[in-house]
Design a protein around this ligand. Structure first.
Ligand SMILES: [Zn+2]
Ligand SMILES: [Zn+2]
Length: 77
């Protein structure tokens, strides 16, 4: 699975659903949809995969990351 070939939330694409924004897992590169999306795949991935607590925004121009374990927003310095 290559992150560079991702065109959207891979889980939504599989079930034919849609998303609002995308998040990329910093551990494995999984791309999932944000908590504003109907299916919340990024959050589901973070909880399903042990240790995959960090995800960054996959949106152009957004550089923040989110820690699911601490529920902490990480901004670039
Ligand atoms: Zn999704
Ligand atoms: Zn992951």
């Amino acid at each position: 699975m290559s992150p560079s070939s991702t065109e959207g939330c891979e889980d939504c694409l599989r079930i034919g659903s849609t998303w609002v924004h995308l998040r990329e897992c910093l551990i494995c590169g999984h791309v999932g949809c944000c908590d504003s999306s109907p299916n919340r795949h990024a959050s589901a991935h973070a909880h399903a995969e042990s240790g995959h607590d960090l995800a960054r925004s996959f949106e152009p121009g957004e550089e923040w990351a989110w820690c699911y374990a601490d529920e902490l927003l990480l901004m670039p310095a």
